[in-house]
Design a binder for this molecule. Structure first.
Ligand code: TRP
Ligand code: ZN
Length: 470
């Protein structure tokens, strides 16, 4: 962890240069001159969550070391964040809601910091030059907060019946670690969580180490593929852990709360089949392992497609399993560039449920599409999938069901062969990246050159109200 960096020699050069010229200046040296820099912005202009994320840098890795005791709800944490400056930076923000910040260093040097709402502003001792990779260490502690979203749902840090869980869609991860809290900035993760002996701590990626000493157990999880902050999780409690394998040896590691044992076991046993069906339809599974975390029904108000290992509040039925696992391709690997692009997650995961039904002797996607078109639930037409009316509505039915209807309209237009090429090609083209609705429509148009999609985009994707024709 404390490997010397390329940066040190440059810093020495700066000190020497300053000593020689006698300039009293807090800037550091970039490509040739002294860097002063300007502060990175406090958000990335997300249309629904303007303070989410931060400007001026890109994170490549989070190394989180946490210690949590459910009885006292006390968390102590250290976050080591590796980032690259995308501008000359005199200061930059991280997102952190609540908790007490004990200290901040940048490249090992004490940094000044201040807080305002969710913005933790860090002022490094020396300005950072554009292109420079630097490490920020934040030490923090306290009782993590549960955040309430504009739609009233609770996320962030949720105390559970026998522990706690971190769930971060859309912005809750900042309740348990400082981050560039926006889906546009994905990074790899290492997470070590120490909990009282007898409890488990389950997270994303793969468990690489487990160690008990002095009545506490440390679990280390490694996420080697880039992950958006909202998909990071840690679930602390009593779990039965099962390890099996899926298609081509894919490790399946699941954690089931003992009170969900029976139904949980059945759900876990279905994962390999569902992944097999999804690989056939969506292309290779994008992560190095999978599984499920099944906690109790009242532990949260929703399931979440936490990366590679979705979280469920109670054992899921098959449709729900299909939905959350489909997100591994559409959401977790191909991640929306902004919260406006949510339908690229939910429309796809919902359409995956329709396709699964169709392939397993249930209704066809066409029947399901028509049921929604003819049904009396008008809420589905409340706003267009690609333009939710406000942050309070990003998980309403226009994003889910009407989003799925957009995909069905594309399928009607191009036929099955091209349609499956499109959904697989889309997952391959943006694998482990981020993409917007405009990227998607451009991709579809390129994949089916002779076809005209203007009406579909106008009426189904961006248009207000119910389209005149199904
Ligand atoms: N993504 C979750 C799912 O499809 C649902 C969800 C949970 C959600 N929290 C959210 C959607 C916040 C939008 C915003 O199962
Ligand atoms: Zn979903």
């Amino acid at each position: 962890m404390s490997r010397p960096t390329r940066r040190l020699p440059a810093r020495l050069a700066v000190v020497l240069a300053l000593a020689l010229t006698g300039t009293a200046c807090g800037g550091s040296r970039g490509g040739g001159g002294v860097v002063h820099g300007t502060p990175g912005s406090a958000g990335v202009h997300d249309p629904y969550f303007p303070k989410a994320g931060n400007g001026g840098y890109d994170v490549s890795h989070y190394a989180l070391t946490l210690d949590y005791t459910p009885d006292t709800r006390r968390l102590t944490g250290r976050a080591v964040i590796t980032a690259r400056a995308t501008q000359d930076l005199s200061a930059f923000d991280l997102d952190l809601a609540g908790l007490h910040v004990d200290s901040v260093t940048v490249e090992g040097q004490k940094a000044a910091f201040s807080r305002a709402g969710q913005e933790l502003t860090v002022r490094p001792h020396d300005a950072l030059a554009k292109g420079e990779t630097y490490r920020t260490t934040v030490r923090y502690s306290g009782t993590p907060r549960t955040l309430t979203d504009p739609d009233g749902s609770e996320e962030g840090w949720l105390p559970t019946a026998d522990g706690a869980v971190g769930l971060g869609e859309p912005v809750g991860s900042m309740a348990w670690f400082p981050c560039d809290n926006h889906p546009s900035d994905k990074a790899t993760y290492d997470l070590t969580v120490t909990v009282p002996e007898g409890l488990q701590a389950v997270s994303n990626g793969e468990l690489t180490e487990q160690h008990t000493a002095h009545g506490r157990t440390a679990y280390t999880w490694h996420t080697p593929q880039p992950m958006a902050s909202y998909l990071a999780t840690v679930d602390i409690g009593h779990f039965t852990i099962t390890r099996t394998t899926g298609p081509h040896g894919l490790p399946i590691v699941s954690a089931v709360d003992p009170t969900e044992a029976e139904a949980g076991k059945k759900a876990v046993a279905k994962i390999a089949d569902v992944i097999g069906w999804e690989e056939y339809n969506f292309g290779p599974f994008p992560f190095s392992s999978t599984g499920a975390i099944i906690d109790r029904p009242h532990d949260s108000g929703f399931a979440l497609e936490t990366q590679n290992r979705p979280f469920f509040h109670g054992a899921p039925d098959t449709a729900h399993l299909v939905h959350e696992l489909a997100h591994e391709w559409y959401g977790d690997s191909v991640t929306p560039k902004s919260w406006r692009d949510m339908w690229l997650n939910e429309g796809f995961a919902t359409y995956a449920e329709w396709l699964y039904d169709e392939d397993h002797g249930g209704d066809t996607a066409q029947q399901i599409f028509m049921d929604y078109y003819k049904g009396d639930d008008e809420s589905i037409w409340a706003f267009p999938p690609a333009k939710p009316s406000s942050a309070a509505h990003i998980s309403d039915s226009p994003v889910y069901e009407r989003g799925a209807m957009v995909l069905h309209k594309i399928r009607q237009k191009v036929g099955d062969d091209t349609f499956y090429d499109i959904i697989q090609g889309w997952a391959a083209a943006h694998r482990h990246g981020t993409a917007s609705t405009a990227d998607f429509t451009a991709y579809v148009e390129k994949a089916a050159p002779g076809k005209d999609f203007k009406e579909i985009w106008k009426d189904w994707l961006y248009g207000d109200g119910k389209p005149d024709h199904p």
